[in-house]
Design a protein around this ligand. Structure first.
Ligand code: FMN
Length: 592
């Protein structure tokens, strides 16, 4: 990829809102999420939780990562039932180049994603757009039967990294302050609200989008600075802070034994030096106490998040870097073991085990539909998810997760999360019991190498531009919703019931569709690569690329680049002009 091509080109608020209405009218989906996957928080037991004193209608949401970067990602997560959104980490180095592919979810989870891929002001704008869209959709009559009368409170939690110098720069400070009071951005953006949502042009949007920060202590965050950064955030920005800790805190020997012996992942290579460079357990427990006291003296709340990904040597070769970061099933066991150790070392301090204690424990490590009820029962809140949402079904996996939790609660007659936590701790510490089960070979198969070794389905056929097995995986595993599908027009002689397309401005070549596509080949390169932005299209000279534009007669026009020349452009135009059609209405496209 040429250096001057941005990895992502966000779509303006007006286009996103028009797309929502148009997709809804023509196919009853929003950003490709089907109606059946929209969560109604008003049904079933009350899942409301408190995040550092702020109510959230459900305890689930996307962890800082690829599902909380673009506005449409956040909206998708919210439609699925997320009410705590941990925004993608923002840091001062906003021109880093991430090597590709950067996500490998074939079995467990690995990634080499380093940072936000947008410029800092763009990240701010994406989060404000998402906030405004959520507020608009909360009151949109069309969605009321699916979202319920009241989708309930949502919390946006900022994530920043990775050192004090960076966090203190005017750029990062302006980002934080710009979410604490987003009035300026909202006033600018409200002019873009399209006709269909005209009543919201004068809407009183709450400008206080976020006043909590989760500090990501990863990717080189110096251990000694965790303290200074937390104090800086509490004093300079008056925000409540959660420190996201790394699983290295459990110590090299413990983690090695768990990963290689208890769980059987003999191929995973841990490096002592990575553990030595990170925060050590004794200092970690001291720090938790000190920061809690510091916050309490200033009326600020403090919590911890367990955990970030586990740094390992890259033994797979799918992604390019020497180091990669492990997530998913084994991380769940490692991090639960860390939770048990911290809980023992900090008696009475962590808000787990049905204890009304001062340090909230936020969670991200291998949450799935299968373990969400048990995890919630420990008192962990919120539970944020990344790896599971990168598996087939994507954002559509959130609702079944929440349903698994509410069904378990209903079976025990629990009408609230508080009642659920009390129920799970009735026979003693739920943390103790759960961790014991995760270490027990009779009960932990789902987390072992054997239990996670099933590979995605594969068919021995080379992927082509038209026709494929039509599994829809490229659409659902893409965190950016870059793919969409259209039915093959009946009168057209093309293989396959459905055709698949990639909106290139939203594709950052992360590689997740490549991993899950059952056929041979990269969908992001082989399927028609569509652009709506003429400048971005003009930059694409490596592979086929088509600009979708409006024709004077009210039809979609398709302009190929040199690599796209031939008959495919005409086929493409015919499909985009047929049933369902291109998901963005003509009036939002250029008239090239
Ligand atoms: C592709 C990818 C990107 C991530 N980006 C970030 C990030 O920007 N900031 C951060 O603090 N954690 C990041 N994480 C870590 C997640 O927020 C989460 O803590 C971790 O993946 C464990 O949760 P999981 O097992 O549900 O994936 C990322 C994880 C993945 C897989």
């Amino acid at each position: 990829m040429a250096h001057d091509i941005p990895p992502l080109t966000p779509m303006p608020l007006g286009i996103l809102l028009d797309r929502i209405a148009y997709e809804w009218d023509t196919r009853r989906r929003i950003f490709d999420l089907p109606i059946a996957r929209i969560y109604n928080a008003a049904e079933g037991p009350d899942l409301t939780m408190s995040f550092l004193g702020r109510p959230c209608a459900t305890p689930v949401g996307p962890a800082a990562g690829p599902h909380s970067q673009l506005a449409e990602n956040i909206v998708l997560a919210w439609l699925g039932g997320s009410r705590l959104i941990e925004l993608k980490t923002v840091q001062i180095l906003d021109e880093l180049e991430i090597n590709r592919p950067c996500i490998d979810m074939e079995t467990i989870g690995y990634n080499i994603e380093w940072s936000q891929e947008l410029k800092i002001p763009q990240s701010l704008e994406e989060y404000v757009k998402a906030w405004m869209i959520i507020e608009i959709l909360s009151g949109w009559d069309e969605l009321e039967p699916h979202l319920g009368d009241d989708p309930g409170p949502v919390v946006f939690d900022m994530s920043v990294g990775y050192d004090l110098a960076g966090i203190s720069t005017p750029e990062v400070a302006a980002f934080i302050d710009g979410l604490i009071d987003a009035s300026e951005s909202i006033e600018r953006l409200r002019a873009e609200i399209p006709e269909r949502f005209a009543p919201w042009r004068d809407h009183d949007f709450n400008p206080r989008i976020s006043d909590t920060v989760t500090l990501s202590t990863f990717h080189g965050c110096p251990p000694d600075e965790i303290e200074s950064i937390t104090k800086h955030l509490m004093t300079e920005h008056d925000v409540d802070v959660i420190v996201k800790l790394n699983p290295t805190l459990l110590g090299f020997d413990n983690v090695k034994e768990l990963v290689t012996e208890t769980l059987g992942y003999e191929e995973i290579r841990l490096r002592q030096s990575d553990f030595d460079a990170d925060l050590q357990f004794a200092r970690g427990t001291e720090l938790i106490g000190e920061l809690l006291d510091f916050g309490s003296e200033r009326g600020r709340r403090f919590g911890i998040k367990l955990s970030n990904t586990l740094v390992v040597e890259n033994h797979r070769g799918f992604m390019p870097d020497e180091t990669m970061y492990l997530s998913g099933a084994p991380l769940h066991v490692v991090t639960m073991t860390l939770l048990r150790r911290l809980n023992e070392a900090l008696p009475g301090m962590l808000a787990v085990d049905n204890r009304d204690a001062p340090v909230q424990v936020s969670w991200s490590a291998g949450i799935t539909r299968e373990n969400i009820a048990a995890s919630a029962g420990l008192g962990l809140a919120p539970m944020t998810v990344c790896s599971d949402l990168l598996k087939p079904g994507g954002y559509g996996r959130i609702k079944p997760m929440l349903k698994a939790l509410t069904s378990a609660m209903e079976d025990e007659g629990c009408e609230s999360l508080t009642a659920w936590v009390a129920n799970r701790n009735a026979a003693g510490s739920a943390v103790e019991q759960y961790v014991a089960s995760l270490h027990d070979p009779e009960q932990n198969e789902a987390y072992t190498r054997e239990g996670t070794s099933k590979l995605p389905r594969h068919v021995d056929h080379d992927l082509e531009m038209w026709g494929c097995v039509a599994c829809n995986f490229c659409v659902t595993v893409c965190p950016n919703d870059a793919f969409f599908r259209l039915p093959t027009p009946e009168n057209m002689d093309l293989d396959g019931r459905q055709q698949y397309f990639v909106i290139r401005e939203l594709c950052n070549d992360c590689g997740n569709c490549l991993v899950f596509c059952p056929e041979n080949g990269d969908p992001a390169v082989i399927k028609p690569r569509l652009f709506t932005n003429p400048e971005r299209w003009a930059m694409e000279t490596e592979h086929q690329a088509y600009l979708v534009a409006a024709r004077a007669d009210g039809k979609y026009m398709v302009l190929p680049n040199e690599q796209g020349a031939g008959e495919d452009g005409a086929t493409l135009a015919a499909i985009l002009n047929a049933k369902e059609g291109f998901p963005i209405p003509l009036e939002d496209l250029s008239t090239a």
